[in-house]
Write a protein that binds this ligand. Structure first.
Ligand SMILES: [Zn+2]
Length: 540
């Protein structure tokens, strides 16, 4: 050895190199966690309070300013983007519910995760399915090249599980209203952890729950009156209250228990090909709707998510296989208008009931001598359909009159017609700079979308009667579009970037890590290089 000294320096230098300098092992288990309604604003507000899993994930690659870039910021469209690389315009999931007047059944409303070919199906009594999802998920794509890969999904909401899991799931579990269940007719292994969790949940619901507010949340406990009740202060729950269970951290805890059970019982990551696990933590959304985003309830909820994510990471560590976790949200959200008003948002208000499609449609019926309903919709904004009973020669005039009516209302920001959106190309470039029309175009499906697309002004909450639900999302505004996107691989060096990446970038990014080719023409997203240095985790 001519240069023993130099060699020893080289060896010491190599040992001191951060792990990213060596090609990290390909993940054997890919885990996607969706925290429903976890806005970038909530992440910013709470990130310094996290001590568990959400702290650990911040040592990975952090995009605090990610985007669900489309206008229809709802659960089903949002979940359809996370593992498909595609915006709702391509996934076909334009909303949680839409109107299909060609349906040969009395209920013309479609639920995004129903199978309408099952006899007797309706938007409220349905068989859960990925029927309406027009594209492949990561799980579908992995199974196409390695059928021995396992694809597993568990979520509070059925639509979250199905839209992330896709068309070829080995295991899928979601809350039915009384227990965690799987698809009817599903065959195969029934994990013990599901039965154990269902028994535990029954016991939790049967007991009154205490109101122990974490110390870190004390300063957020302040009562705000709304529609005859109050929010902002954590309330004790009564025995047997299933609704209270869904708006508590206990709901996500149960989903986490099943996810951990599946990791262990199925020995995920230990098979002959990479496995996929999608986890939908849904309770944050229910808390946001029931109590708003800025009270003690949301604080307690998010600290619960922090703890549940820590438990998931611990179970993943226990597999001793290389894994990758991505955590994001299906959409953001904003607080109830009453508290927004108290805290400086002077434009915050509830939607004027006069904007209901029923009432606007009645005016059009009177003016044109038509039989109501003239306008159909699943909600008072977003997609609005003209009744197909309107005679063809009148349709253009009725559509124009409807548009004028919406635009003349002071709470309406913009109205687009299907024809306008159809003529636009799919948006590109940074999503924070998109026009309103581009945001609507990103969740526009020519076959399924409405004839008119209505945007309410910022801070207009589309809930007129706040007795049961006080706050919501679904707007094209950035508080509903911006979500955190966090990637974590144990041992890999992380970084943070303010880049407005999109949730559709997640699929190609994960595919890059396992060398799974994805034809760029099939998706909207782009691979994000998770290597902070000169290496790349994307395929070249
Ligand atoms: Zn929601």
């Amino acid at each position: 050895m001519r240069y023993p000294y130099l060699l020893s320096i080289l060896i010491a230098a190599a040992a001191a190199l951060p792990s990213h300098a060596e090609p990290a092992a390909q993940p054997r288990l890919i885990v996607a966690i969706s925290v429903d309604q976890f806005s970038a604003d909530l992440f910013a507000e709470y990130r310094s309070l996290f001590t568990g899993g959400l702290k650990r994930l911040q040592s990975g690659v952090v995009f605090a300013n990610g985007y669900q870039s489309h206008a229809a910021t709802e659960t089903c469209p949002g979940h359809s983007t996370i593992l498909t690389g595609s915006r709702p315009a391509r996934t076909g999931i334009i909303a949680n519910e839409w109107i299909d007047q060609a349906l040969a059944r009395p209920d013309k409303k479609v639920y995004c995760a129903e199978d309408p070919t099952v006899p007797g199906s309706s938007s409220s009594q349905y068989t859960v399915s990925a029927h309406f999802l027009r594209v492949q998920t990561l799980g579908d794509r992995i199974k196409a090249v390695s059928p021995q890969s396992r694809v597993v999904a568990v979520a509070g909401k059925d639509r979250a599980a199905v839209m992330m899991g896709g068309h070829a799931m080995d295991q899928v579990w979601y809350w039915s209203g009384t227990a965690f269940v799987t698809l009817p007719g599903a065959k195969g292994f029934e994990p013990k952890s599901v039965a154990t969790t269902n028994a535990a949940v029954t016991a939790v619901i049967a007991k009154p729950a205490p109101t122990t507010l974490p110390a870190a949340c004390q300063t957020r406990s302040l009562s705000v009156p709304v529609a005859g009740h109050e929010v902002g202060v954590l309330q004790p729950t009564k025995a047997g209250d299933v609704g209270a269970f869904k708006v508590s951290p206990a709901f996500d805890h149960a989903v986490t228990d099943i996810a951990i059970g599946l990791i262990r019982e199925l020995r995920l990551g230990l098979g002959t090909a990479p496995d996929v696990l999608a986890i939908g933590l849904s309770a944050t959304d229910y808390v946001g709707h029931a109590f708003g985003t800025e009270g003690a309830e949301m604080c307690a909820q998010l600290l619960g998510v922090d703890e549940n994510v820590a438990r998931i990471l611990q179970a993943l560590d226990g597999t001793h296989v290389p894994y990758v976790v991505v955590l994001t949200a299906d959409h953001g959200g904003t607080d109830l208008p009453e508290r927004n008003q108290l805290r400086g948002a002077a434009d915050a208000a509830r939607i004027d009931p006069a904007l209901s499609p029923g009432r606007l449609g009645q005016q059009l019926a009177d003016e044109f001598g038509l039989k109501p309903p003239v306008l159909l919709a699943a909600q008072p904004f977003g997609d609005i359909w003209l009744s197909r009973d309107i005679p063809d020669p009148m349709r253009a005039r009725v559509l124009d009159a409807a548009r004028t009516k919406y635009l003349s209302h002071p709470q309406v920001a913009a109205v687009f017609t299907a024809a306008e959106l159809r003529s636009m190309p799919a948006p590109s470039g940074p999503p924070d700079e998109w026009t309103l029309a581009e945001r609507f175009r990103a969740s526009f499906d020519p076959e399924r979308s409405g004839d008119l697309l209505v945007a309410l002004k910022p801070h207009i909450t589309a809930i007129a009667d706040a007795r049961y639900s006080v706050a919501t999302h679904g707007s094209p505004w950035n508080y509903d579009r911006r979500v955190p996107i966090l990637f974590y691989r144990p041992g890999a060096t992380g970084f943070e970037h303010p880049l407005p990446v999109e949730t559709v970038d997640i699929l190609p990014t994960l595919a890059g890590l396992i060398g799974l080719p994805i034809p760029p023409s099939e998706i909207d997203g782009h691979c994000i290089d998770l290597d902070p240095g000169s290496g790349s985790t994307c395929m070249r």
